[in-house]
Design a protein around this ligand. Structure first.
Ligand code: ATP
Length: 406
């Protein structure tokens, strides 16, 4: 079997390459012919199956007969899809960022599963992080300047630094008494009679730098939606947000204005004609695009944020023309412009290559150290360079996940 691992930077046009693979164009290098049965495993494939389920009620994956794909956590969705694709026994399975979103235990189980299938199925693995390349794949490539592929050079990582730049000052201050921002006291959550979270006790105070960790399906997203005011399961419980018990007359808006939020899925919301500068300014106005005229002060401040990101020369480019790494940094800045009491970064490194991940880590460390915002970094992955102070870890039990501070 000629397995191939390809390390791609975020500047590479992966969509086009995948399309060519699926259409079996320019694929002789990989030993693929017009009769090859080829399947793709990617975030896009998950979306296709979800769409199928939404339209027809069933997506063809056996596990989704028991629980709908839509109600599974993102990690669970990927796991059952991969299982399903392996069961189809294709000649070639293209794996696009297979380990994004998967916890360590699941990653290990998948590696074993893939390694067991490696005698029967040829894998073409596309990865943005070198550490994700499967050990049993010996042939490792990277794109060459002439449009082909060459052997992977293991040592290249380009790097620019935001260390010297200054974080722009806040334009207004929040009037919050006390030190506590969020407090869960013995909080329980069940879905359809199945307990997901059990007696959660967790306090986030001003200026702290937390990581929220836990295996797939352990309830991280559920906890986040309780902090952002989006989950009705918070009512009637000992959940305190910004000094006020949930369900005592607060508005969702009064919670949301205090939370800066980034999830990689937000990138799609900005696939419009808005420029990078307009996109950053929209963070002041809590809009997805820019439909209100910003003040001069807001514009000046947004420009200072671009200087911090070293993207001032791209201020007037459409947001969707930026590289994935630049888009991610801009989304973090947009979530941060108001210096919210809490900045939530949900899997902020997802899909980024090594060089861009290093830049984003540096930016997050800087924001955590040099602003009064509490930063909540959400991921199962431990990132060596990230200077988190405290970790809240969810562990699954039969009666829902329990949490502890590590
Ligand atoms: N609306 C819902 N209906 C039924 N079950 C749900 C619903 N929302 C979440 N769940 C279940 O609750 C559990 C926790 O899900 P959640 O998305 O909070 O986990 P997670 O830790 O964020 O997972 P991942 O890392 O895979 O994204 C999962 O088992 C999921 O299937």
């Amino acid at each position: 079997m000629k397995h191939v691992g390809i390390f791609l930077s975020n500047t590479f046009n992966k969509q086009l390459f995948i399309q060519q693979l699926l259409e079996k164009k320019n694929v002789a290098l990989f030993g693929i012919s017009s009769t090859t049965h080829l399947q793709l495993f990617s975030a896009y494939t998950v979306q296709q199956y979800l769409l199928e389920e939404d339209i027809h009620g069933y997506c063809g994956i056996e596990a989704a007969r028991v629980q709908t794909l839509r109600s599974m956590s993102s990690g669970e969705q990927k796991r059952v899809l991969l299982q399903h694709l392996l069961s189809l026994k294709p000649d070639v399975l293209v794996l696009d960022n297979v380990f994004d979103n998967l916890d360590i235990a699941t990653q290990e189980a998948l590696k074993e599963q893939l390694s067991n299938a490696a005698g029967n199925i040829q894998f073409i693995q596309l990865a943005h992080r070198k550490k994700d390349l499967l050990a049993f794949i010996i042939d490792r490539l990277m794109p060459s300047p002439d449009g082909g592929f060459i052997a992977l050079n293991e040592s290249v990582i380009e790097h620019t630094s935001t260390e010297e730049a200054i974080v722009p000052a806040p334009l207004h201050h929040y009037n919050l008494t006390g030190n506590e921002l969020v407090r869960f006291t013995d909080v329980n959550v069940s879905y359809d009679g199945r307990q997901v979270l059990q007696q959660i006790n967790w306090t986030i105070s001003k200026g702290e730098f937390w990581q929220l960790k836990g295996p797939n399906g352990s309830g991280k997203t559920t906890l986040l939606t309780m902090i952002t005011g989006d989950n009705v399961k918070g009512y009637g419980q000992q959940l305190f947000l910004f000094g006020r018990k949930k369900g005592t007359g607060e508005t969702v808006w009064s919670i949301k204005e205090k939370v800066g939020y980034l999830t990689p899925a937000m990138t799609d919301l900005f696939a419009t004609r808005h420029t990078l500068l307009q996109m950053i300014v929209s963070g002041y106005l809590d809009q997805i695009g820019l439909y209100t005229i910003p003040s001069d002060m807001q514009l000046r401040s947004a420009y200072e944020w671009l200087q911090l990101l070293q993207l001032q020369h791209k201020a007037n480019l459409p947001f969707n023309k930026l590289t994935q790494g630049e888009q991610r940094m801009a989304l973090i800045a947009r979530a941060m412009v108001k210096h919210p009491p809490i900045l939530i970064l949900d899997e902020p490194l997802m899909g980024l290559d090594d060089a861009n991940a290093a830049k984003v880590i540096q930016l997050i460390n800087k924001l955590a150290a040099e602003t009064t915002s509490a930063v909540l970094y959400v991921s199962h992955q431990t990132e060596a360079g990230l200077q988190v102070q405290k970790i809240f870890e969810l562990q699954k039990t039969e009666n829902g996940s329990v949490g502890r501070t590590v």
